[in-house]
Design a protein around this ligand. Structure first.
Ligand code: 5GP
Length: 173
């Protein structure tokens, strides 16, 4: 099965979640289907094999996708987490959300100097979270230039916010 069709057929659209007026794309049907989930990870592993030294997942759906991908690639898994979740020392960065702000953190010792780190998440929206992750990985000595997402919400302009980074999205909306 083609990866686009694989993802498309396992995403739910949920109106008014998490707030009125928001159309939420829910990837849980994909990870709940053992055949679809395994195929997805195999396809992504084929795409990145030999090209990365670590996989960085963005809390929390990025962990679900990133961990099996890291194992399939034979590389380590790095966690980029919301403020206050990781024991120190951490590096952190604040960034703007549509409403308000957020902070992501990383333990710098989890990234080795010069490591090529693939950033992964389920959805690219405004790009704020991914941009923060790129900056944290670079602050820790890694090389991060590629984001892998299942869904890219094009109207929210995330690709623009990530400047010259590569965005590999399976599906765009
Ligand atoms: P951004 O920082 O790009 O604006 O937001 C991306 C983060 O919000 C990601 O971690 C992503 O999981 C979450 N997100 C935003 N919109 C959606 C959505 O429609 N569906 C899902 N599953 N996650 C979303």
């Amino acid at each position: 099965q083609d990866v686009v069709e694989l993802v498309e057929s396992h995403v739910r659209e949920v109106e008014d979640f998490p707030a009125p007026g928001v159309l939420f794309r829910d990837i849980t049907p994909l990870i709940a289907d053992p055949v679809a989930f395994a195929s997805l990870i195999e396809i992504l592993a084929d795409r990145y094999r030999g090209k990365v030294d670590a996989v960085a997942g963005l809390e929390s759906r990025g962990f679900i996708l990133g961990a099996p991908l890291a194992v399939a690639l034979g590389v380590g898994m790095v966690t980029v987490r919301k403020a206050g979740r990781l024991p120190g020392p951490v590096v952190g960065i604040d960034y703007d959300l549509e409403y308000g702000s957020a902070r992501m953190e990383l333990q710098p010792f989890t990234v080795k100097d010069g490591d090529r780190v693939l950033v992964i998440d389920d959805v690219l929206a405004t790009g704020g979270t991914a941009d923060a992750a790129f900056q944290l990985i670079e602050a820790a000595g890694g090389v991060a230039d590629t984001l892998c997402v299942l869904l890219e919400l094009v109207d929210l302009g995330g690709r623009g916010r990530l400047h010259d980074r590569t965005v590999d999205s399976v599906l765009t909306y």
